[in-house]
Write a protein that binds this ligand. Sequence first.
Ligand code: SAM
Length: 298
Amino acid sequence: MSEPTGAARRRGPFQVGDQVQLTDPKGRHYTFTLEAGKNFHTHKGSFPHDELIGAPEGTVVRTTGNVAYLALRPLLPDYVLSMPRGAAVVYPKDAGQIISMADIFPGARVVEAGVGSGALSTYLLRAVGDQGSLSSYERRADFADIARKNVERYFGGPHPAWRLTVGDLQDNLVESDVDRVILDMLAPWECLDAVSKALVPGGLVCCYVATTTQMSRTVEALREHKTFTEPQAWETMVRTWHLEGLAVRPDHRMIGHTGFLLTARRLADGVEPPLRRRRPSKGAYGEDYEAAAGGGAS
Ligand SMILES: C[S@@+](CC[C@H](N)C(=O)[O-])C[C@H]1O[C@@H](n2cnc3c(N)ncnc32)[C@H](O)[C@@H]1O
């Protein structure tokens, strides 16, 4: 049985064309592609790539200046944070949430927009696998180009499950019987007609938005559409820890905000959304709400 796309590049001794992540004594990372006959230069000397070709991961190499660097293949979270960017990427902590909470499964038919730098596309392709499909839409050709290069560098070539279209999702979406739609863009509410048409009953839409105003507008648009279940929203915060002797405590710095996640399921055609169990709190849709929404809750 052949290996899933990209798997052979993730294990075994280092080979030409592999991505290598070096860690210096201060914990700083440097990522490069292995090429026969080349040298890796630092300001404390250099070493030949050939020293790593055929060596196991976890090897330590020394530069001509006698500085030791640990060599490993970058993990996907390292890769997406170090790859060239067009737009801001979905952070690894949120990509993990999307894969889990949007229930992305091997063989799933997934649609995604926008593609930006291709970080989330790479996670989604790994999750759907070679037998699934990911159809990604990006309105900017320059970003689509960056994303394609990033995705293909990660998998070592084109991924058989990936189709990338340049254009707005709402004007170009051709797929039907889609299991999951993931939207990471400024105005997901503009795409709901197209998304609702594409999703299978029980399918799921997941929106990643950066601000509370986007979240609110998306939630109200989902409710108004009447083809989705009541949306759920959440955010995650990850606190890393400092680990040294007795000084075991949370790090002082953390990424305080990335984005909010929002999911809703597609109802069967012609079904009235069940009534919400709890009534909106008094004033939730009062004068202030109308003013903030520009005179209407659309
Ligand atoms: C924040 S970036 C996406 C980042 C991406 N998820 C990643 O992990 O690298 C948002 C992208 O959505 C694109 N976009 C915005 N509205 C769109 C639409 N209606 N259809 C397709 N792409 C859209 C923008 O051009 C931008 O590249």
